[in-house]
Ligand binder design. Structure first.
Ligand code: BEZ
Ligand code: FE
Length: 290
């Protein structure tokens, strides 16, 4: 065979195939997805025909997103959330029967190392903000309690900031906690009312979106992950029904069944709010992600 016969012809018509012929077949799902992404990128370049300078700017943006990501800040997750990719993956993977608690995106502020706390304790380590009591229950679709379900919660403070956004101002793990429901599937804890907030606009993703005039507001909410053996994990939000910006969520994440009244009582002249939440879990189904 002459050396010329081994050359792979690379031009506008063959670029994606030329790449695929070298990448080869693999069982690795991430590699297969990346290979498909390459095909779409080639298509996009053919359609939009960027100049090398314009393409360089795209690469510079992606580089900045990577540099802005570390164990405290996940700018790539923010990117995926804001372009609707995270929500679409959730939507495709976690369609649930009526009555079950829907999944929403987890967002960039989750911490897997959230400490365990005793039922009834507070997750507000600095005590700043208007007190909020959370009462919850975890049950299956038949209304039967799920004893000892595990509940992880995290939220912004009264100024709309997460603990890992303000490491110098908030104690580590402020407004985060992991609880085990009791034998009746019930749990309760104390916290403070979260404020709505702007999606971080100080990184490359927020800057790009604000330049494009995209609204970056999130209405006030609590985040939850609820797990129990034999059930699909719930990753969801509970929204404060009194937030006037409920309809303006940057992520289109507000669903009516996740909006709850945060009722306020005056105790000794001071406001104390309470919210009651119910999580309804679905039994794990074969072939579906847990
Ligand atoms: C959040 O709710 O914590 C969140 C989700 C996506 C982007 C930014 C923040
Ligand atoms: Fe949030």
């Amino acid at each position: 065979m002459s050396p010329a016969a081994e050359l792979i012809t690379f031009n506008e018509a063959t670029s994606a195939e030329a790449f695929a012929s070298r990448f080869g077949a693999t069982d690795d799902a991430t590699a297969r997805l990346l290979s498909a992404v390459v095909g779409h990128v080639h298509q996009l370049i053919k359609e939009f025909r960027p100049t090398p300078e314009q393409w360089r700017k795209v690469l510079d943006f992606l580089t900045e997103v990577g540099h802005a990501s570390d164990e405290r800040r996940q700018e790539w997750v923010l990117f995926s959330d804001l372009v609707g990719a995270s929500a679409l993956v959730e939507e495709i993977n976690s369609r649930r029967p009526a009555g079950a608690t829907p999944n929403t995106i987890r967002g960039p502020f989750f911490r897997a190392d959230t400490p365990h706390r005793a039922l009834g304790s507070t997750i507000s380590l600095d005590g700043i903000g208007e007190p909020l009591m959370v009462d919850g229950s975890v049950e299956d679709l038949d209304g039967l309690p799920i004893p000892e379900a595990e509940i992880i919660t995290w939220q912004a403070n009264a100024e709309g900031c997460y603990e890992n956004q303000q490491p110098d101002l908030q104690p580590e793990f402020n407004l985060r906690g992991q609880f085990h429901a009791d034998q009746r599937g019930r749990f309760h804890y104390k916290t403070v009312r979260p404020a709505g907030y702007g999606v971080p606009g100080d990184g490359p993703v927020g800057r790009l979106f604000s330049q494009a005039g995209y609204p970056l507001h999130r209405p006030a909410h609590l985040h939850f992950v609820v797990r129990a053996p034999g059930f699909e994990t719930i990753t969801t939000h509970i929204y404060d029904a009194s937030d006037p910006k409920l309809g303006e969520d940057a992520l289109f994440g507000v669903r009516p069944e996740l909006v709850h009244p945060f009722e306020t009582l005056m105790v000794d002249g001071k406001p104390i709010s309470r919210v009651t939440v119910k999580f309804v879990m679905v039994r794990a189904r074969p072939g579906r992600s847990k």
